[in-house]
Write a protein that binds this ligand. Sequence first.
Ligand SMILES: [Zn+2]
Ligand SMILES: [Zn+2]
Length: 199
Amino acid sequence: VLTNSYLIADAETGEAAVIDPAWNARVILSAAAARGWTIRHLWLTHAHFDHFGGLAGVVAGTPAPVTVGLHPADLPLLQANGGAEIFGFRIEPGPPPDLAFQPGQILELGREQLEVRFTPGHTQGHVVFVSHAASLVFCGDVIFQGSIGRTDLPGGDFATLLASIRREILSLPDETRLLCGHGDETTVGIERQSNPFLN
Ligand SMILES: [Zn+2]
Ligand SMILES: [Zn+2]
């Protein structure tokens, strides 16, 4: 399964963050280097292995000190290697998180700001990151184009996920872009209208 990693930066300082360093650390590192950006933050939407498989490699290849952020409710999942064994994978764990996300917390990247929203259901400690200025959400495995995150893995709960989507995603304006952990981007309005799980 292909996972989307997102590399974002403050244009002025070049201070960068990786949201979900999925697999290929080398690709992430060279994308940052090509732009003259310095990765200082690794922010995980949740602790499934396919969303942090590149964490150790990015940290090892980054000269500057980095912060690793995760919601504490997903810490046990991270310590269990993100469920990798269930799928027959082995991953390098990387350093433990040193930033515990809280609902409503504001993450700063230069002058850019992201709001942390707590969206359990796919995992117990899933969060999404909202840029109100850019009108977009990095939404991990909460919602996809025409679908929602699976809830059959340990810690998953269908009713909890639907409640999270209604509370934290559908409360945003229709034009808000949803940058998903898998597949193409969509918008709040499109999913509100046509997502079969929400209608
Ligand atoms: Zn997941
Ligand atoms: Zn995923």
